[in-house]
Design a binder for this molecule. Structure first.
Ligand code: ASP
Length: 591
């Protein structure tokens, strides 16, 4: 028997017992011939004492940090004054009788017994050591609890978990596919699913009624921001449902989960706020608003309808808008600080930034001499701005003004610490447009995915004004992140065919790529809908981590590489020959 119990479980009730423990040397120190080590396993650490006269103590002395030891000893109360109230095992220690080194360890490339900043590339190369750190163990356990809660809850609600294939066919979610060459079908490729979208819909055609899966998804995207080539989502689908049936199910799940897995987190509001896509953009400049604080955007175009300020005038004449946010308590910003904000606004795509500071000595700011006192009064009235506040204006096309002010709003959220990190501001965004115009390729794209049901009352606008068609899609957002997307789906062949056509697919293409879906819809497909909350992002927020790599056991780095195993890496000539593949490297990578 390697052990009789876990290190972190020892308590005063075990005093007088003989125990055998196994784990890693977390710390080691010597006090006048007596050696102490903290022995660590997944459950925590406990202090081991090696008195020089005991034979087993020799190994305690010899061992080094991160060696693997098996220790047998007597549990006793720590001497008075030596207790450690910060440690669950802090009242006791184990006096060693026997100790065996199960495996020594080389000095580690970084310490794992403290939460120190270590270069992320080093951490990822030695991920198995990085994961020994308490913080990472906590994250893994939290993730396990979240997934377990989901499974139990959905099981109780009548869902069944079904595994869908990883080797499949293209399932568009707006990214590139990862392809896997087939050895037995030369020249043919599987695609890894960007999501199980089609399969879960086919499960509804199959009569499964309520499906879920903790599903791995693969998307080959240019790695902007906090993305991973493979990630996990709670994929879910229900038959005979309307939008609110799906939303209520998911809201119920997350509301019940929070107190169980992260009791220190609280909901901003229950029921969750529901905003239309248009309202979210108007008020927050984004379709994934952080609702934990105010600082909303105001459209003040009407106030400046007859403004003498050329910049404002020209913007309004060319169909643009003037929008602003009010930054509390920043009226005394220096020239340099305002210049920095202007540069930031330019990086977001705005032509510039106009400011109005309401100081105790009167109105100041770059726009001050162009804004009349009547306009200032109207601004105060509209926005609630008062003395000490700084008003930031962007005059531009609506999309640019929204994007810029939304970014400024988040900048001040962090700078002025306006958002409480223990609040989870879940909300629903609904009434999305069905299509987005792709300027580059001069064609319509599906705003969600092509299987989303358009509003039936909008169907007549198909040929005249596709941009104005709304869909039955919805997003779940939280604290400025998109946490999930979903929709009521198309279950009729004629509508699905029309959508593919509108997206620019030729009939032969439609057949080749999606013929199986169209055919399935002809055999009695029930009305259905679903959603897919991202597990990585959820655990990240619950764990207060800054990015999803911290809550994934073996993530890729930001260049999509696994630094530990060195993947991706070249295939051997034999493998390539079997797969009927010849590799042609881009010029710059040729030796
Ligand atoms: N397939 C969608 C996604 O991966 C989710 C859904 O519509 O259920 O984002």
């Amino acid at each position: 028997m390697y052990r009789t119990m876990y290190c972190g479980e020892l308590r005063p009730s075990h005093i007088g017992q003989k125990v055998t423990l196994a784990g890693w040397v977390h710390r080691q120190r010597d006090h006048g011939g007596v050696t102490f080590i903290d022995l660590r396993d997944r459950s925590g650490v406990v202090q081991i004492v090696g008195n020089p006269e005991v034979p087993g103590a020799a190994m305690i002395r010899e061992a080094r940090v991160e060696w693997v030891l098996q220790v047998t000893g007597m549990v006793r109360r720590r001497p008075e004054g030596a207790e450690n109230p910060n440690l669950p095992t802090g009242e006791v220690e184990v006096e060693v009788l026997e100790c065996e080194a199960l495996n020594p360890a080389k000095p580690l490339p970084f310490v794992v017994n403290k939460d120190e900043d270590v270069d992320e590339n080093v951490r990822l190369k030695y991920r198995y050591l990085d994961l020994r750190r308490e913080r990472m163990q906590r994250n893994l356990i939290l993730r396990h609890r979240v997934v377990k809660f989901i499974r139990d809850y959905l099981d109780q609600q009548g869902f069944i978990e079904v595994e869908t294939p990883i080797l499949f066919k293209t399932t568009p979610e707006g990214a590139r596919d990862y392809l896997v060459p087939s050895r037995v079908h030369p020249g043919c490729f599987y695609a890894l699913p960007q999501s199980p979208q089609q399969l879960k819909q086919l499960l509804m055609v199959a009569g499964v009624d309520r499906y879920f899966q903790i599903a791995r998804c693969f998307r080959d995207e240019d790695l902007r921001g906090d993305r991973q080539p493979e990630f996990t989502q709670l994929d879910l689908e229900m038959s005979f449902v309307h939008r609110d049936d799906v939303l209520n199910m998911v809201e119920g799940l997350f509301t019940a989960m929070l107190p169980v897995v992260a009791p220190h987190k609280k909901l901003l509001a229950s029921p969750w706020p529901k905003l239309s896509y248009t309202e979210a953009l108007e008020r927050f400049g984004t379709d994934k608003p952080d609702l934990r604080f105010g600082m909303e955007l105001y459209d003040v175009s009407d106030i400046f309808a007859s403004s003498g300020f050329m910049v404002f005038q020209n913007t309004l004449k060319t169909g643009g808008v003037i929008k602003c946010i009010v930054v509390p308590g920043c009226a005394e910003y220096t020239r340099k600080e305002v210049d920095d904000l202007t540069s930031f606004a330019r990086e977001q795509g705005a032509k510039g930034l106009a400011t109005l500071a309401l100081t105790a000595e009167g109105v100041k700011g770059t726009a001050q001499k162009f804004i009349t006192s009547e306009e200032t009064a109207a601004l105060r009235e509209r926005t609630g701005a008062g003395e000490g506040d700084l008003i930031l204006f962007v005059a531009d096309q609506k999309t640019v003004a929204n994007k810029t002010l939304s970014a400024l709003r988040l900048l001040f959220r962090d700078r002025l610490q306006l958002a409480d990190r223990n609040t989870m501001a879940f909300a629903w965004i609904v009434d999305f447009p069905m299509f987005e115009w792709n300027e580059e390729e001069q064609k319509w794209d599906a705003a969600h995915h092509p299987f989303t049901m358009p509003r039936l009352e909008d169907l007549s606008k198909f040929d005249t004004d596709p941009g104005s068609i709304l869909s039955d899609a919805y997003d779940m957002v939280c604290n400025g992140y998109e946490m999930a997307s979903g929709s009521i789906r198309i279950h009729r062949r004629d509508i699905q065919f029309k959508i593919f056509q509108l997206l620019g697919l030729k009939e032969a293409d439609i057949q080749q790529k999606f013929g199986h879906m169209l055919e399935a819809f002809e055999y009695g497909a029930p009305p259905h809908g679903g959603i897919a909350p991202g597990i990585d992002r959820l655990v990240m927020l619950l764990a207060d981590e800054p990015n999803i790599r911290e809550v994934i056991a073996f993530p890729k780095n930001q260049a999509a590489r696994d630094l530990m195993a060195d993947a991706p890496s070249p295939a051997t000539d034999k493998q390539l020959a079997e797969l009927h593949i010849r590799v042609e490297l881009p010029k710059e990578e040729q030796g």
